[in-house]
Design a protein around this ligand. Structure first.
Ligand code: FVH
Length: 294
C-alpha cells in the first residue's frame, strides 16, 4: 500500500460490523488508521491488518479526522462527551444512524467544542464498503467535507447534501423507510406462500422479484404527481378499487394463520384516502394523507 499525503491519518471509533469494514477500506487505501473500540478485543483483527490500536483519547489525538460509527446517538455521547476537549480543532464525522434532530444536536455540541462536524448516513451494508454500489450521505460543514472528501470516498460515493446537519439523517431514514416497507411486504408474501408449502426460493426468484420490479416502475410517476401536488385521476388502478381488494390480504392472512399486522396500516391509509374523496385517484394522493394534520 502507498502511504502518500493523499492518504492522511484517520481515527475510527467503533469496530462493529460497519466500523470494521470502514477501517478495512481505509487500510486498503494506504491510510494510517488508528482504531478504538469499547470492547478492546474487537480491534485485534484490524491490528493484525496494520491498524494502530489506542485508548480513546490517544486514538482521537492521533488524526485530524475522527470517524465515529457506534450503535446509536446515546452511545456517541457516552463515548465522546468525556473526551470532547481532545476533539477540538479536528473534524468529527458521525456515521452512526440517527435522526435529523440528533444530527443537529450533535452539530451544535461540536460547534460548542470547536470541532468541525459532518453527519453521515451509510447507504451500504458492511461487505459493500469500498466497492461499487456503496454510497454515504453527508451534511454539515462544507469545508470539512471538501477537506476530507478524498478520504471519505474510500468507503464509496461521498454525497454531500447540504450544510443542514440534519439532512443526511433525513434522507437516510427516507431510504430506509422505502427499504423496510418493501421488505415488510416481501416477508408477508413469504409467510403467505409458506403457509401452503410453496418454495420460498422458487416463489421469490420466479414471481416476487419480477413482480416487484414491474411495480417499482410506477414510482417515478407517483413522484412526479407528488411533486406537482396534483394527484391524477387514475386511468387503471384507482384507490377505491385498491381499498376494496386490499382487505382480502388481511382476511387471507388471518385465515392462513399469518399475522396481518405489517399490512394493516396500508389498508387504513387506502380507506382514509377513499373517505377523503380520493377514491378515483392514483397512489400519489396518499402521500399528503401521511402528514400528521391531514
Ligand atoms: N451493519 C449494517 O448493515 C448497517 C448499514 C448502515 C449503517 N448502519 C449503522 O452503522 C452503525 C454501526 O453499525 P454496526 O453494524 O457496526 O453495529 P454493531 O456491529 O452492532 O456494532 C456496534 C458498535 O457500537 C459500539 N457500542 C455500542 N454501544 C456503545 C456504547 N454505549 N459506548 C461505546 N460503544 C458502543 C459497539 O462496541 P462493543 O459492543 O464492541 O464494545 C460496536 O463497536 C449503527 O448506527 C448502524 O445503524 C449499519
Amino acid at each position: 500500500t502507498d502511504r502518500t499525503p493523499a492518504a492522511p491519518a484517520v481515527t475510527l471509533l467503533g469496530l462493529g460490523a460497519m466500523g470494521t469494514a470502514l477501517a478495512d477500506a481505509l487500510l486498503s487505501g494506504g491510510h494510517d488508521v488508528t482504531v478504538w473500540n469499547r470492547t478492546a478485543a474487537r480491534a485485534e483483527p484490524l491490528a493484525a491488518r496494520g491498524a494502530r490500536t489506542a485508548g480513546l483519547e490517544e486514538a482521537i489525538t492521533a488524526s485530524p479526522l475522527v470517524i465515529a460509527c457506534l450503535l446509536d446517538h446515546a452511545s456517541v455521547h457516552e463515548t465522546l462527551d468525556p473526551v470532547a476537549a481532545s476533539l477540538t480543532g479536528r473534524t468529527l464525522v458521525n456515521l452512526t444512524n440517527g435522526t435529523p434532530e440528533q444530527g443537529r444536536e450533535l452539530a451544535a455540541w461540536a460547534e460548542k467544542h470547536g470541532i468541525a462536524f459532518l453527519d453521515g448516513g451509510i447507504m451500504a451494508t458492511p461487505p459493500m464498503i469500498g466497492h461499487p454500489g456503496a454510497s454515504i450521505l453527508y451534511s454539515g460543514a462544507r469545508e470539512a467535507f471538501d477537506t476530507h472528501q478524498a478520504t471519505l470516498e474510500r468507503f464509496g460515493v461521498a454525497d454531500f447534501l447540504g450544510t443542514d446537519p440534519g439532512l443526511a439523517a433525513l434522507v437516510d431514514l427516507a431510504l430506509l423507510s422505502g427499504m423496510y416497507g418493501l421488505f415488510g411486504g416481501a416477508l408477508q408474501a413469504l409467510a403467505l406462500t409458506g403457509s401452503e408449502g410453496i418454495s420460498a426460493t422458487e416463489f421469490t426468484t420466479t414471481r416476487l422479484l419480477p413482480w416487484l420490479n414491474a411495480m417499482l416502475t410506477s414510482l417515478p410517476e407517483i413522484a412526479r404527481q407528488t411533486e406537482e401536488g396534483a394527484p391524477g385521476d387514475a386511468a387503471n388502478s384507482n384507490l377505491a378499487m385498491q381499498a376494496a381488494a386490499y382487505v382480502n390480504i388481511l382476511d387471507a392472512s388471518e385465515a392462513q394463520g399469518i399475522r396481518p399486522d405489517l399490512m394493516v396500516p396500508m389498508g387504513e391509509l387506502l380507506h382514509r384516502a377513499v373517505a377523503a374523496g380520493q377514491g378515483g385517484k392514483d397512489a400519489a394522493a396518499m402521500v399528503t394523507l401521511l402528514a400528521k394534520e391531514a
